[in-house]
Write a protein that binds this ligand. Structure first.
Ligand SMILES: Cc1cc2nc3c(=O)[nH]c(=O)nc-3n(C[C@H](O)[C@H](O)[C@H](O)COP(=O)(O)O)c2cc1C
Length: 204
């Protein structure tokens, strides 16, 4: 299988087509609901996935705000062949992230994250003090590269040490749907069960 490094997520039809032309075997398309760096445009997953599915012939995996079975089923109805999940697997037993990070995901609601200009693209992360400060500066037009660098100065270390005030903690807008830390196996089993339950009731 031919793969490529992913400097930015595929989040537009143009990037998807160019990726296909390079001979890549499959695409991971990430909508703006996702956690972390999201690409240049803030296109929502529900718009992005069918747009890209219609534009390319290679398989498309959907990501960005998918954390459970109903999200996966919806993505597959939109034409995705599978899903790609980040935030859901942080709140798992196996993930080395600090319990502060995992608990923030469990405690989150739909207003807990913010989007802002990240290092290379739009970024979504929890509204930690640093992120809130940077978002305010962006609104006021006073944010600059130096201020942005403060968000990333420790890289991923605070995610392991749990130093909430020191960094940006990337998270999906869908963290509010994650209700518990579970094993990775339970996450997958729950998703499969949920898909079976819902798909049996769909009026198709
Ligand atoms: C804590 C965290 C760190 C991430 N780090 C990276 C990264 O280094 N490079 C990258 O391309 N994407 C990164 N992402 C984005 C994920 O690869 C993925 O696109 C995203 O998590 C999918 O959306 P979801 O979180 O709603 O599942 C990160 C996401 C999270 C939550």
């Amino acid at each position: 299988m031919k793969t490529t490094l992913r400097p930015l997520p595929v989040n537009s039809v143009e990037i998807a087509k160019r990726t296909e032309q390079l001979g890549i075997d499959a695409i991971v398309a990430i909508g703006v609901e996702g956690g972390g760096h999201l690409g240049i445009d803030a296109t929502p997953t529900f718009v992005l996935i069918p747009r890209i599915v219609d534009a390319v012939k290679i398989p498309v995996l959907a990501g960005g705000g998918i954390v459970d079975g109903r999200g996966m089923l919806a993505a597959m109805v939109l034409g995705a062949e599978g899903v790609y999940m980040g935030t859901r697997f942080i709140a798992t037993d196996e993930c080395p992230a600090h319990s502060t990070f995992k608990q923030a995901i469990v405690d989150a609601d739909e207003t807990s994250t913010a989007i802002f200009t990240g290092r290379v693209a739009i970024c979504r992360a929890f509204k930690t003090p640093l992120v809130k400060h940077f978002v305010e500066m962006e609104k006021a037009g006073t944010a600059d590269a130096e201020e942005n660098a403060k968000l990333h100065r420790h890289d991923s270390r605070p995610w392991i040490t749990g130093n909430w005030d020191e960094a940006a903690f990337p998270s999906s807008a869908a963290a509010g749907l994650i209700k518990r830390v579970a094993s990775s196996a339970e996450v997958i089993q729950d998703m499969v069960r949920e898909i079976d339950r819902i798909s049996g009731k769909l009026p198709l």
